[in-house]
Write a protein that binds this ligand. Structure first.
Ligand code: C2E
Ligand code: CA
Ligand code: CA
Length: 449
């Protein structure tokens, strides 16, 4: 035992809490969700201690438990980019690293983990040395769903036990992690509605004049029996390519009024937004589906907003505008989603028969620090107002951004600052607990002065 005392860490007796598989999977699902939208990688790193049984036998369980707690703390303190660090098995730890733009540093991180854990731990003048195996899988290269990503990380860990450097990163090309079979995913999606695997979650839109929730957007979630949680960023484009989108829209149109008929804030019903694909518009069945679904629940069409993405509208603007006009005459509010990303020509702007424009979150996320985004967002708001359209900023994550949007006279805000999308019962609880001062502390202080 040659290391100097400064290198060593003294062991404090304590226990390491464990998270269960469900906890890991749900944390992972949230990151996969975001990263698939932002086109970034999510890495799942599993770390297993080598020979932990011997350590338990030699020093006893109390010391063994304390070593696990020590490992957990060290991983937590040193892997700053992790969104989740947890113990998921006896001597196995999971680390989720989201928002990766490149994978080049992953082997370095794996090595760093092994080095951190290799530093000797001192217990009653004795040094304990830990050796670890590291297995890594990456979304979307190895898998796109949480369950499959975990399965690939477990396979990598198995290989790491045989690898010279005790580390293995799943490769998208190797046979242990076959590329994602789109056909299987599509078939699973075809069965999803019938198999009760779909659900809607709801995210509020907050009025920036009254500072209260006045509307909400329904966002679809798919929990597949075979693939686990699949992000809409993956299954919606797949559904659009394969034509399945119309079945999904129909399913959502039927579920929405049933769930949302009693969404209220301060006794006032919320306006509810449904995402529709331009393919739904073209197929022309949307009118009839919506009409019969709303009739069943006695929900007026004026209480429903249809969100249509800007990009695809512009493939055939005149035909889309005609169909939108017909829906408008039926009483629906219309919203142009992801505004600013679809390169629509300015000359079309005055022809778009919309009531609302949703400023894409790519302009909002960094608003507080980016002067160009500030100029663009202010211009979009002014332009929309000139044409009597309301504006919604999506992706509002903090107070500073919210205040800027208020100063720019944006009409509504939506984003994690308030809440992510929630299942209907949780959304109702969120509405009933809503307090202005929780989300607008400065505004409520000002009104008290
Ligand atoms: P979208 O319509 O632009 O929906 C907004 C997305 O931003 C949602 O992602 C939402 O969860 C996410 N989001 C909300 N607040 C924040 C925030 O503060 N920060 C960040 N980073 N993200 C935030 P989601 O639910 O993954 O949906 C992705 C896309 O899938 C949607 O984008 C929409 O285009 C499509 N989609 C979702 N549900 C449906 C549906 O029922 N039908 C159709 N046709 N498309 C849907
Ligand atoms: Ca939307
Ligand atoms: Ca959007």
């Amino acid at each position: 035992m040659t290391s100097s005392p400064e290198d060593a860490n003294t062991l404090v007796l304590q226990k390491a809490p464990a998270i269960d598989r469900a906890g890991l999977l749900s944390g992972l699902a949230a990151d996969l969700h975001n990263d698939s939208q932002q086109k970034r990688f999510t890495a799942l790193i599993l770390v297993e201690l080598a020979g932990f049984r011997h350590l338990n036998r030699r020093f006893g369980f109390e010391v063994g438990d304390s070593v696990l707690a020590y490992v957990l703390n060290h991983l937590f303190e040193n892997i700053k980019k992790a969104s989740l660090v947890g113990r998921i098995g006896d001597d196995c730890f999971a680390i989720v690293v989201p928002e990766l733009k490149s994978l080049s540093l992953l082997p370095v991180s794996a090595n760093k983990i092994q080095q951190i854990l290799a530093a000797p731990i001192v217990y009653q003048q004795e040094e304990i040395h830990l050796d670890s195996y590291v297995g890594i899988s990456v979304a979307p290269l190895n898998a796109i769903s949480n369950q499959q990503l975990l399965m690939h990380a477990e396979q990598s860990l198995q290989r790491a036990r045989r690898a010279i450097d005790h580390c293995y990163m799943a490769d998208a090309e190797t046979e242990d992690s076959p590329p994602l079979n789109e056909w299987e995913l599509q078939e699973a999606l075809r069965r999803a509605a019938g198999a009760n695997e779909l659900m809607l979650c709801y995210q509020p839109k907050i009025c920036l004049q009254t500072l209260t929730p006045v509307a909400c957007e329904a966002l679809m979630r798919w929990h597949s029996e075979s693939f686990g949680e699949v992000s809409p960023g993956v299954f919606i484009p797949l559904a659009e390519e394969s034509g399945l989108i119309m079945d999904l829209t129909e399913w959502a149109a039927l579920a929405l009024p049933r769930e949302a008929i009693d969404f209220r804030y301060d006794e006032v019903p919320l306006n509810v937004a449904l995402n529709v694909s331009p393919k739904d518009l073209v197929a022309g069945h949307l009118h009839a589906t919506l009409e019969s679904a709303l009739n069943i629940w006695d929900m007026p069409s004026t209480n429903v907003t249809l969100e249509i993405t800007e990009g695809t509208l512009m493939d055939n603007p005149q035909a889309s505008f005609d169909l939108m006009q017909a829906l408008k005459q039926q009483g629906f509010r219309l919203s142009i989603d992801d505004f600013g990303t679809g390169y629509s020509s300015m000359s079309y702007f005055k022809l778009i028969p919309a009531d609302e424009i949703k400023i894409d979150k790519c302009f909002i996320t960094n608003l507080a620090n980016d002067c160009d985004d500030q100029v663009l967002v202010r211009a979009i708001i002014d332009l929309a107002h000139h044409f009597q359209m309301k504006t919604v900023a999506e992706g509002v994550e903090d107070m500073q951004t919210l205040q800027m949007l208020m100063a720019m006279k944006c009409d509504y805000a939506q984003g994690y600052h308030f809440t992510p999308a929630l299942p209907s019962d949780q959304f109702k609880t969120w509405l009933s607990n809503y307090q202005v001062q929780d989300y607008f502390p400065q505004e409520s202080q000002r009104s008290n002065q």
